[in-house]
Design a protein. Sequence first.
Length: 336
Amino acid sequence: MGNQAPILYDHLHSRKKTLMPAADLALVIGRIALAGKLIAGELARASIVGGLGFSGNSNVHGEEQKKLDDWTNEVFLKLFENCDPVCSLISEEMEIPKHYERNCHSRDHASYAVLVDPLDGSSNTDTNGSMGSIFSIRKRAPRHSSELKDLLGPGSQQVAAGYVLYGPATQLIYTSGTGVDMFTFDPLMAEFVLWKENLKMPPRGPYYSCNQGNLTKWNPGAQNLVRHLTSRKNKNTSYSMRYCGAFVADFHRCLIDGGIYFYPGEIGADGKSKGKLRLLYECAPLGMVAEQAGGRASNGKGRILEVVAKDIHDREPVYIGSATEVAMAEEFRAEG
Ligand code: FBP
C-alpha cells in the first residue's frame, strides 16, 4: 500500500500548539468527520430513497427547508448528544440552540459550543450539485448560563473551524489556529486521509463568484467591483466567473486556485443594506480558514473576524478569498 498518509484521527492527536487541546480537537472534529461520512452516504442515495425535495417545514429564516436540511441537522443533533465536552449545538436549521446539560462543565474545565450549517448549498440537493457542512467551535465561558452572550463575540474567538465538502470526493478542511489541513475521504478505508498540510491560498486568482443576477440590488461599490472584474483592460482585470450556488464549494475553489467569493448586502425597501449569509456559522468559520491560509475575509468595511453578533442567526455581507481581490473589493466598497 506504499507509505500511507496519516488518517484524520492520528493527525488530530498529534497536533501541537492548536487553540484547542489535541484530545478535545480529536474528539469534536472526529465527531464532525463521522457526520460528514453519514451525510455523504445519504447524499449519494437520497434520490432513490425519497430523500430529495422539500420537507414542508420552514426554518428560522423563513426559508423552505429541504428534507436533507432536516436530516443533516438531526445527524449533528444525535452525534453531539454524548460528546462530552460539547454542551451546546447551534444550527442554521434550529431557532433555539440545543443545550446538552450533562456535557456542561462550566465549573471545572472547558466546554465547547459547535455552530453548524448542516447542509450549505441545499438549493443543490435535487440537481446533484456540490454542497457542504460548515462548522465553528467556540469555548464556552466559565460559569456560562444557557444564555448565549459568550458565543456572540468576534470570530477571532473561535478555537477551530472548517467544513466538509460533498463533491465528487468528500473532503474535510479544518484549522485550529496553526494553519489549514485538508483530508480526502477514502471510501476503501472509510477514513479521511491527509491530502494537504498547512495549505496556502494563492495571493490572487483568476475567478470571481457571486450571484450577478442580484447586481442592481447591491451598493454601488459592489456593482463597480463586478464592472472592474469584467473590464478586461489588462490581465489583472480578466477574471472568469464561477458560481455553483454553494458558498462552501465556491470558497473551496478560492482556497485552491485563488479568487474571490462575495455576497454583498442587498439594499432593502428601508434603504438599509443586509447580507444573506449567516455570520456565526457561515462567514466566521470560512473567514478563519481563509486567514489561516493567507487569504482574507471582509464584510466590505473590515475583517469579518472582528464583527460582534447581536443574535446567533445574524447575517453579514461577505467578501472572501485571495488577499489581492478582497483588498480590491474593500477599495470599491469604500467608494460607495
Ligand atoms: P444555505 O444553503 O445554507 O442556506 O446557504 C446559503 C447559500 O445557499 C450559499 O451556500 C450560496 O452561496 C448562496 O446561499 C446562494 O444564494 P443565491 O441563491 O441567492 O445565489
